[in-house]
Write a protein that binds this ligand. Structure first.
Ligand SMILES: NC(=O)C1=CN([C@@H]2O[C@H](COP(=O)(O)OP(=O)(O)OC[C@H]3O[C@@H](n4cnc5c(N)ncnc54)[C@H](OP(=O)(O)O)[C@@H]3O)[C@@H](O)[C@H]2O)C=CC1
Ligand SMILES: Nc1nc(=O)c2c([nH]1)NC[C@@H]1CN(c3ccc(C(=O)N[C@@H](CCC(=O)O)C(=O)O)cc3)C=[N+]21
Length: 410
């Protein structure tokens, strides 16, 4: 009875919100900067006023309680003037609620974004330039104070076009911030020992503070042994099992965090995207991309789901994400209908595609479709890739600072 009385009043209020929300959404929102807040009200109303349940039944009552709590939480968020992305955490699948399992289909669908909506394009190049400017100053200060600069050794086995291109980009970035770099190229058919010898030489070289073996390497070589051979203190890729293990363990600090994953968090932070408590879905679980990114997102207190090649119906998982990271290497893999409206998309895919005489890189996400749904998205090229490179420079400077026990103040 108590519920019923409360519900009657509650429904009146929520219907009122719903009506206002609809009016704004239909007539004013397309021209109003206040759409985000108003849409939130529409969502709130729509969420709470759907009355397809019977209050006499216990399960429905618990749903009602859940709706009430959600609505109160949403109201608080609206009043607290939070951003649109905050609304995207609305639980739209009551069936999965911990408040009781209902054998019902979805009863609320997110309202569509206004027609003509396009996501904010995240400018990774500018972010990378900002980071590089700070790093360049620090490298210069180091040089002036102790007469040393950080050094990076890049090992490239074989002649893969994409690897060659990535290594060149890394070397050029080093030059921009005055980090010394050396590329050591080995033939496709080199032996395991030859690679290990090069790593050992660089491990002992005082002027080299970071070592990177460009991946993938030819199949006859043992990736595991090669990565393990890099001195943990020079492992600027963060792929050494000790660094990766420490990343996975709460309370432990890896010496280096993989550059792409750090780049992903850097992009989210700089775009003021809240990570804590958000649903993040990472597509891919490779050592260089998906796995460390999922670990790092957990460290930032996101609730993380990993999608991989054996995941059934991946779109059912991705469409719940507030933050979606894709690291697969298949162009246009992620389609528009895989996304929840308002999601923030980080496209880590970077596949080199040949076209007649030229070649260019393509991401994993179908950009044209995604911009109709996402609130923000990293393009390819010019998104998270350049930030990844700047994180490699950051890690190399960190390695040198540790080696010389040098800090800005000293
Ligand atoms: N921008 C950046 O900073 C970086 C970009 N990259 C780019 O990311 C892409 C992936 O690289 P890399 O991690 O080396 O590739 P890998 O091939 O090592 O890993 C690909 C991942 O995608 C998963 N996958 C493959 N097919 C599917 C599918 N149909 N559905 C769901 N998941 C699938 C695989 O799952 P499973 O494990 O089950 O096989 C695997 O975990 C490349 O384009 C690369 O250039 C990589 C690192 C950094
Ligand atoms: N040991 C190792 N460490 C890596 O970090 C590593 C690796 N191996 N193997 C391959 C992947 C891939 N990766 C990219 C980094 C930057 C861009 C990048 O800067 N992309 C530019 C475009 C590049 C272009 O135009 O060719 C952009 O997106 O704007 C892309 C991909 C690092 N990886």
């Amino acid at each position: 009875m108590c519920y019923e009385n409360f519900y009657k009043n509650f429904e009146k209020i929520s219907n009122f919100f719903f009506a206002i929300g609809l009016v704004f959404e239909r007539f004013l929102a397309p021209r109003s900067q206040f759409f985000e807040k108003v849409n939130g009200l529409g969502v709130l109303g729509r969420f709470s006023c759907s009355s397809d349940f019977d209050l006499t039944d216990n399960t429905s009552s618990s749903v009602f309680v859940m709706r009430t709590r959600t609505t109160v939480a949403l109201s608080w968020r609206i009043l607290a003037n939070k951003s649109f992305s905050s609304f995207s955490v609305t639980p739209n699948r009551l069936v999965k609620s911990s408040f009781g399992c209902l054998d019902r289909p979805d009863i609320w669908c997110p309202s569509p974004l206004p027609s003509g909506h396009t996501a904010a394009e995240i400018d990774g190049k500018s972010i990378a330039n900002e980071i590089k400017a700070t790093l360049a100053t620090e490298v210069c200060n180091m040089k002036n104070s102790i007469g040393k600069v950080p050094g990076l050794g890049l090992i490239l086995v074989g002649k893969r076009k994409d690897s060659l291109s990535f290594v060149r980009i890394k070397k050029k970035a080093c030059e921009q911030v005055r980090i010394a770099s050396v590329i050591i190229q080995l033939p496709e058919d080199c032996t395991q020992d030859e690679v290990l010898n090069v790593i050992s030489t660089l491990n002992h070289k005082e002027s080299v503070h970071g070592i990177l073996v460009q991946l993938p390497i030819p199949n006859h070589l043992c990736e595991e042994r090669i990565i393990k051979a890099v001195n943990v203190e020079k492992d600027v890729d963060g792929f050494h099992p000790v660094n990766m293990g420490n990343l996975a363990m709460t309370g432990r600090e890896p010496l280096f965090v993989p550059c792409a994953s750090r780049g992903c968090i850097e992009v989210l932070n700089r775009c003021n995207v809240e990570i804590l408590g958000k649903k993040a879905v990472v597509i891919g679980r490779s050592m260089i991309g998906g796995l460390p990114t999922s670990l790092l997102l957990q460290r930032h207190h996101a609730t993380v789901t990993v999608v991989h090649a054996f995941t059934k119906n991946p779109e059912e998982i991705t469409c719940e994400a507030d933050i979606l990271v894709s690291n697969v290497g298949v162009p246009n893999f992620v389609r528009g209908h895989w996304l929840k409206p308002g999601v923030v998309v980080i496209d880590m895919g970077s596949t080199l595609v040949k076209e007649k005489n030229s070649s260019h890189v393509i991401g994993d996400v179908c950009y044209e479709e995604a911009i109709r749904k996402a609130s923000a998205i990293t393009p390819v090229p010019g998104g998270v890739g350049p930030v990844t490179i700047s994180m490699l420079l950051f890690n190399t400077l960190e390695a040198a600072k540790r080696a010389y026990q040098w800090t800005q103040q000293s």
